[in-house]
Design a binder for this molecule. Structure first.
Ligand code: NCD
Length: 300
């Protein structure tokens, strides 16, 4: 049974997943004979499969993305959404909730605040995908981010990636760092101006105390922004902005700007006019990468 809890669990499968996602995305909307035969095969395979989606923390992008991906493959989805929707309200443990769900579904996609690594999943008899566990990890977000980067640069090496955000609290950032840590250079800028990122740094990452806009921005391939995770702070962190659009003029024409969403004020809406922004593509890519992931889990 697959247990996809951390981005490092996906590192060795990245090449295959990118290739399958590219195939699905390129062909999904077309109706060539090959494509229809392939589609029939997967619909046959998924027709008796159930995906349970338990989302105890807010989500629309990730929840819909998993749901639409699974249903497009021909599977069925049951879901619980919102803090009051599970028996954790009655004191049920995360372990019991997962064991209960696993008696009824083949795939379980779960988002909640507890770190999944604290739970012994060895007896759980269904595939589990972490859709965000508190401030820890969000491995499939990293996958879709990596795929978005690959579509642009066709490689996962020698990339210079500037990450600006709430380094300690952002699970999207933690997972991206872990997925692409080999062979790329990361520049990390904590929005709180706090150079201690809390152990999330990777060997190829450099913590910045400030951003030298004129020197750094022309060099980087990707600027990755993530909002202040205000729900995880107790009022001691304010929102921040990247200072756009002035800064964008220093960024290379070939660079891309990403944001896992939802966004707050870290990026002025004015920047939407900038052709280097990729956040809506990230959302679309997320659905295809999840189709590929389900597909691989069932077949491998
Ligand atoms: C991210 C998350 O939930 O960690 N959102 C998402 O799933 N696309 C990022 C965020 O909430 O800032």
């Amino acid at each position: 049974m697959a247990k996809i809890l951390n981005a490092s669990d996906l590192r060795s499968h990245l090449g295959g997943l990118i290739e399958r996602t590219d195939y699905i995305q390129t062909n999904y909307k077309s109706r060539t004979t090959d494509e229809m035969v392939y589609r029939k095969t997967w619909k046959w395979a998924f027709k008796d499969q159930f995906m349970g989606a338990i989302f105890g923390e807010p989500s629309i992008r990730t929840r819909w993305s998993f749901t639409t991906a699974f249903e497009r493959l021909g599977g069925k989805v049951v879901s619980s959404f919102g803090p009051g929707s599970t028996s954790s309200e009655k004191g049920e443990s995360l372990y019991d909730m997962i064991m209960t769900a696993s008696q009824m579904v083949e795939f379980l996609v779960i988002r909640q605040s507890e770190h999944l690594s604290t739970v012994d999943l060895s007896k759980v008899n269904c595939h589990i995908i972490n859709a965000g566990d508190g401030n820890n990890e969000h491995p499939t977000q990293a996958l879709l981010d990596a795929y978005t980067i690959w579509r642009e640069f066709k490689r996962f090496e020698d990339l210079k990636i500037l990450i600006i955000g709430d380094l300690r609290q952002s699970r999207a950032i933690h997972s991206l760092l872990r997925l692409l840590c080999n062979g790329n250079k990361f520049y990390l800028y904590d929005l709180r101006g706090c150079p201690d990122a809390g152990g999330w740094e990777t060997p190829n990452s450099e913590m910045l105390e400030g951003i030298n806009r004129k020197e750094l921005l022309p060099e980087v391939d990707v600027v990755y922004l993530n909002r202040a995770q205000l729900e995880r702070h107790k009022g001691e962190v304010n929102d921040f902005t990247f200072g756009l659009p002035e800064d964008l003029k220093y960024l290379s024409e070939k660079a891309i700007i990403m944001n896992p969403g939802p966004r707050r004020e870290e990026m002025y809406r004015l920047a939407d006019e900038d052709p280097r922004c990729r956040y809506w593509q990230q959302v679309e890519n997320g659905m295809y990468i999840r189709m590929a992931l389900f597909h691989n889990i069932l077949w491998e």
